[in-house]
Design a protein around this ligand. Structure first.
Ligand code: AMP
Ligand code: ZN
Ligand code: ZN
Length: 359
């Protein structure tokens, strides 16, 4: 996954290439205080009761939401006691109600395509003050299985080319609602960043004979390992304390995950969010599932590998990043990984044991 790391962390600026996304990152320790001092200056506070009375995502307020697609229940005989709801977005970025344009496998040449697509919201819990990382690992796994179910439903539309699952947590990470939720946007094109990633993974495969994310990362970058996944700070992380959770098995599409692996991933995702919250003072964050386009050929299937990226929002992107696409990261990944590895989450063993018992 990465070239050899130096034995001690460099003190001088260094440029590293993210070979998976074909981007350069500028590591600049001079722009930071000590890495261990990193804390969010705008931590996400706990939503209070007053908000919940006005919140359309809370249980009992279903009529204030756009139409439901499906729900996950505690007991099929009491459907009103739901745990997860997948609903349409009231203000969708794309419309499911217009005629899709079938442009074949490639993006249209003409540069314009009708905005057919899907924009859904996954309400991760019925209870307002509960965050995703407050659920059990098994509960997080259920949310991941809800993503899978909805992605598979959407993938059956020929015109849909790419499906993005993502979560915004906290206002400065883009969240407009404090009730725990994530979103799914399905597009009639493949965005350039995804085509670039696909091409870069293919190039690596052609040069080395290996899938870039099947290769074991240097141990200095490793945070934690579960049965089916590893969590690392990537060699050329664009953001301070960015985390990737990568399947230990080769898989191009997130939606091929099964229940046992989803439970395992649920435990690891919970653990990473807890560690990040403890170390960085409950920062706003985003996570994104980077998967392959819905329809890809066999050559791409064998060299693309999905992963989940977690980005704590600690700094704002400024002119240099916007202009060059080159991020400045003040924390070397091996330092961030060491700090995250050492953050002690009290119930780590319980999270892992509970998941393996329920799988
Ligand atoms: P975020 O902006 O990340 O917090 O995501 C919340 C999403 O929920 C936004 O995209 C809103 O358009 C959407 N939304 C807000 N209110 C409702 C509602 N009552 N029913 C369905 N979607 C909603
Ligand atoms: Zn609520
Ligand atoms: Zn692989």
């Amino acid at each position: 996954m990465a070239p050899q790391l130096p034995s001690s962390s460099p003190q001088n600026p260094e440029l590293r290439k993210d070979i998976i996304n074909n981007k350069w990152v500028n590591f600049s320790p001079a722009r930071s205080k000590r890495p261990s001092d990193f804390k969010s200056k705008s931590p996400v506070s706990d939503p209070n009761q007053k908000q919940s009375q006005e919140c359309p995502f809370c249980i009992g307020h279903e009529h204030e939401c756009a139409p439901e697609i499906f729900r996950v229940m505690d007991d099929p005989n009491s459907p009103s006691k739901w745990r997860i709801r997948v609903i349409q977005n009231l203000y969708p970025a794309l419309s499911r109600d217009i005629e899709p344009q079938n442009t074949g496998l490639d993006n249209p040449d003409c540069g314009v395509v009708a905005g057919f697509g899907f924009h859904d919201v996954v309400i991760e819990t019925s209870t307002h003050p509960v965050h995703l990382f407050d659920l059990s690992g098994y509960g997080v796994g259920e949310v991941l299985m809800a993503y899978k179910k909805r992605v598979l439903q959407i993938a059956s539309f020929d015109a849909i080319k790419y499906i993005q699952v993502f979560k915004n947590h906290g206002a400065s990470a883009g969240a407009s609602m404090s009730h725990s939720h994530s979103q799914i946007i399905a597009l009639p094109i493949v965005p350039p960043a995804i085509s670039t990633r696909l091409a870069a993974m293919k190039e690596y495969f052609e040069q080395t004979g290996n899938c870039v994310l099947c290769e074991k990362p240097p141990k200095e970058l490793l945070i934690h390992e579960s049965r089916h996944f590893i969590s690392v700070v990537p060699f050329a992380a664009s953001y301070a304390f960015e985390i990737w959770i990568i399947p230990r098995y080769h898989s191009a599409h997130f939606h091929d995950i099964d229940k046992e692996k989803a439970n395992d991933l649920g435990g690891l995702l919970k653990l990473m969010l807890k560690k990040m919250g403890l170390q960085l003072n409950n920062p706003p964050f985003n996570f994104m599932i980077h998967t392959a386009p819905v329809r890809i050929d066999d050559a791409h299937l064998s060299c693309s590998h999905w992963y989940l990226q977690i980005v704590p929002q600690l700094t704002v992107l400024a002119g240099f990043e916007v202009a060059t696409g080159c991020h400045i990261n003040p924390v070397f990944p091996e330092n961030a990984a060491k700090i995250l590895r050492e953050v002690n989450v009290e119930d780590t063993e319980e999270i892992c044991r509970e998941d393996s018992e329920r799988s």
